[in-house]
Design a protein around this ligand. Sequence first.
Ligand code: F6R
Length: 243
Amino acid sequence: MIQLIFENREQIQQEAAERVLAMLQEHPTAILGLATGSTPVGIYQEIVKLYTQGLISFKKATTFNLDEYIGLPETHPQSYHTYMKRNLFDHIDLPVEQAYIPNGNAPDLMEECLRYDELINKANQMDLQILGLGHNGHIGFNEPADSLTNGTHIVELREQTRLANARFFHTLDEVPTHAITMGMGSILKAKSILLVVYGEEKAEVAFKALTGPIQTELPASLLQIHPNLTVLMDKEAGRLFND
Ligand code: F6R
């Protein structure tokens, strides 16, 4: 595991975007695992800048998103489909048929999990997986639990997660109760993982997940076993690593 602590978020956003650039320059057909939430927004903005400057192309790339809410219409402003379009896909040359996001409105959600896993299995593994960190240690929407799931599955969101994500909705009641998420197996199978963590409020969970015991109640702790994990933290999130 490589941990890098930066003075500010702008530096992290540039670093992460440059890693995506380097990956696509070396492997134009790279498979990228993408996250949503507030953390990657600035990274996507940097990527769009690189694209606008003609430095990066996604024409041959494939992307897999980690998760999607269940029951939110795809066009809802807070669906991850809308998020990806707004923050990245509408601004780059990634062909729409090469961008995969689980369908949280599929008539048969179990079938949708199988379909998503088949697509992931066909791709074999992500070349680069971008991750944010949940306040409760979740990654994707793999929530703390007695056991974790290998493949794509339906998850009931923890209250802490719904409260954290309520900032994107008008009321807590509007936050979906369930989501569909890529499983831990697919995440850990990635060739390389970039975990990005911002802010004092995640300092403790980041420290515990990356230095404490590996436990299913802290899904991000499983990242410790990954052979090619890079963690980018601002100095607030990385505070405890300096002590
Ligand atoms: C969303 C996802 C989640 C978020 C996490 C942190 O696709 O994968 O695990 O990364 O909930 O969210 P933010 O970045 O909003 O703090």
